[in-house]
Design a protein around this ligand. Structure first.
Ligand code: IVH
Length: 667
């Protein structure tokens, strides 16, 4: 490919990718599948890799993250980014409207009401149809240039449609949806990483990252509500029209009102509806619609007189703090947890709340015996927000950060930022329990039946020589009937089931084993990518940091963590024992593709030699379809050992049933 050919192909791909992005995010009528989109993107990436000068500032490849920065440069805002005055009461809102009426000297004043999105304020500038820069509010005069991070937000156009406005600066809010935040936190927990307290913190933390490749993996989104400077636009309603014409997302709900009563009705309706919005909202923003009116009303030193934020009371409750317990995590993190007198908040009974860390306890001066205010915002775990110090009797007691692990007594270790306190003892029984719970969990090795109570017994049971029955995950595979018979309240039937589940877990896909090992920063997704890239655990173990970083989705921090894990003596022994125990260390090649199963639909049930996903991949690779439930459309039921209700249903419906040997023969 010559440079000229590459340039013309890159321009074509780029314009197609912008068009498909718009069809998906703005017009909600995609023409191609995600895979087809990814193929176009990949082709453009390959061209840009060969001819780096062809990467334009609006290239769709920047969505996956450009080069990391050393630090953010500052941008001086063209127009100051102000904040809003807040109110928490309907009376104050009516008083605001009365001031507006008085200021304008008339009764009727058109206003708009929008949700107040709980995210991070942002300004975005477009010039000649191309995204020029984006910046945070900072001190209102200058903010951080976070352009590269913003470019990863798929909903944010990098290039504008030709038939709309081309040069302007818009103001909005970057946020994480409730669902995106929940998923991110779950993944972080699985990877042994600290979780975020709420979507806003998580958004702010993400925008501050210097590596856009990491930002690209976080579920950031954006919504706009205003213009930095009004040129030919004369009202807030015209701003909405401009946003629509540019393909920029505006608020999902907007009310119009011209009286105090109308405003109150709108904020009450919004309070009803905001629970079903995809993002967190902490209030309503009320703005005078006409820009002529806005200019007439003017601004104070920090906020406009033509707008106000009406904040909803977060759902709070008052209760007594009974104790502060220490929770020991899989990575040894010691997290303080508040035990509370049970209380009803947002429809559910709360008896525990997170205290995040000991610094927070000190900062808020939280003591055992205190009357505390707890809050449950959105889907998020309840937190202690404040203490009613005036209700103290003097019997309350302070709780100091532990200097030693409460379980094994080892001196604690503080992380670099001095926030997380950890028990550094890899043999701490509590840490061992958490590690085993993770190893056997559904998302990892999926050894059903081995619940918390059984695991606790297995770890706590000391043999005659003083060693534990189970001290690491490899010990699980050394267990037999005799060792399990020592547990309390475990009958022979359960023992049999445990042993079966343990034995069949040996066949699990190797990515499940990699995930189950609990390597810091390696979640289920990362483990899959590692196995896909390296083919097996031994190749991962041998890889250098550089080689690990060749694997998609594995950045330097993760690579360093994996590299270190496989070089620790304890872990090397552990792996040797797991290998000797017969666990599956290499990805079995999927049967060569064919069209032998074209036109057939399969349901898989029972215990088979490979896990269901692997078999499903084989079926799909050979042209078949896989479904989760038996119906009239099912062609074959592939039934392994212990098949249950699906087998019954298939028999009833007359679906053809095949065993694994017959299935393999068909290929
Ligand atoms: S209008 C002069 N509208 O709330 C500032 N702000 O407390 C005009 N916010 O800095 C802001 N949703 O970050 C406006 N629909 C909305 C908003 C909104 C969230 C944020 C914004 C602003 C802060 C003010």
């Amino acid at each position: 490919m010559t440079h000229a050919e590459a340039a013309s192909r890159a321009a074509f791909l780029s314009s197609e990718l912008h068009r498909h992005n718009r069809l998906y995010y703005v017009e909600a009528r995609p023409e191609i599948s995600d895979q087809q989109f990814d193929l176009l993107l990949k082709e453009l990436q390959e061209i840009e890799a060969k001819f780096p000068d062809l990467q334009t500032p609006d290239s769709p490849t920047l969505r996956v993250g450009g080069a990391p920065l050393e630090g953010f440069t500052q941008i001086t805002h063209t127009v100051r980014m102000m904040s809003l005055d807040n109110t928490y009461s309907e009376e104050e809102l009516s008083a605001f409207f009365a001031r507006v009426q008085k200021g304008l000297g008339r009764e009727k004043v058109e206003c708009v009401i929008e949700p107040k999105v709980d995210g991070v304020a942002i300004t975005v500038r477009y010039e000649n149809g191309v995204l020029k820069y984006g910046a945070t509010r900072g001190d209102g005069q200058t903010g951080d240039d976070v352009t590269n991070n913003l470019k990863t937000i798929k909903r944010l156009p990098l290039r504008l449609p030709k038939d709309g406005p081309q040069t302007f600066e818009v103001r909005g809010e970057v946020f994480m949806s409730k669902a995106g935040f929940a998923k991110l936190n779950q993944e972080r927990e699985e990877a042994g990483e600290a979780t975020f307290a709420n979507p806003r913190n998580s958004t702010a933390g993400t925008l501050k990252l210097l590596d856009p490749k990491i930002v690209a993996k976080r579920p950031l989104d954006i919504v706009f509500y205003g213009l930095a400077e009004a040129s030919d636009v004369e009202s807030q309603n015209e701003v909405y029209a401009l946003l629509d014409a540019a393909g920029l997302r505006k608020a999902d709900l907007i009310w119009q009102a011209d009286s105090a009563e109308g405003l109150l009705q709108a904020i009450r309706e919004l309070d009803e509806k905001r629970k079903s919005l995809p993002y967190e909202t902490d209030g309503a923003v009320i703005k005078v619609n006409s820009f002529v009116d806005q200019r007439e009303l003017g601004v104070t030193s920090k906020a406009p007189r033509w707008a106000i934020a009406y904040k909803y009371q977060p759902e709070q409750a008052e209760t007594k703090l009974l104790a502060i317990d220490i929770q020991v995590g899989r990575t040894g993190a010691l997290t303080p947890v508040a035990r509370l007198v049970p209380v009803l908040v947002s429809g559910s009974t709360v008896s525990n709340a997170t205290l995040h860390n000991y610094e927070e306890i000190e900062r808020k001066d939280i003591r055992v015996g205190d009357t505390v205010i707890i809050e449950k915002a959105g889907e998020i775990i309840p937190a202690v927000v404040s203490v009613k110090k005036e209700l103290r009797s003097g019997d309350e007691s302070t709780v100091a950060a532990p200097t030693h692990c409460p379980v094994c007594g080892t001196a604690v270790h503080k992380d670099e930022e001095q926030v997380v306190i950890r028990c550094p003892n890899p043999h701490c029984p509590e840490v061992v329990k958490r590690r085993i719970e993770h190893f056997v969990s559904r998302g990892a090795m999926d050894i059903s039946g081995l619940g918390e109570a059984v695991i606790a017994q297995l770890v706590d049971f000391k043999k005659a020589d003083g060693s534990r029955l189970v001290a690491d995950v490899a010990d699980i595979y050394d267990m037999d009937e005799l060792s399990l018979a020592r547990l309390d309240r475990v009958g022979t039937k359960s023992i049999d089931n445990y042993l079966k589940a343990i034995s069949s877990s040996k066949q699990q896909d190797p990515w499940r084993l990699v995930f189950g090992l609990g390597i810091l920063h390696v979640g289920a997704g990362g483990a899959r990518k590692l196995i896909e890239h390296f083919g097996g655990i031994d190749a991962i173990a041998k890889a250098s940091v550089e080689e690990l970083m060749q694997c998609p989705d594995i950045g330097e921090i993760v690579a360093v963590s994996i590299h270190a894990w496989f070089r620790e003596a304890n872990n090397i022994t552990l792996l040797d024992r797991l290998r000797a125990g017969g666990l599956n260390f290499t990805q079995k090649a999927v049967e060569a593709a064919s069209d032998k199963l074209n036109g057939t639909t399969w349901v898989i049930t029972g215990t088979l030699s490979q896990d269901r996903e692997t078999i499903a991949d084989t079926i799909r690779a050979n042209g078949g379809k896989v479904s989760g439930s038996v119906s009239g459309k099912t062609t074959y039921l592939l039934a392994g050992e212990d098949a249950g209700s699906k087998l019954d249903k298939a028999t009833k419906l007359g679906v053809k049933i095949v065993n694994e040997a017959e299935f393999r023969a068909m290929l």
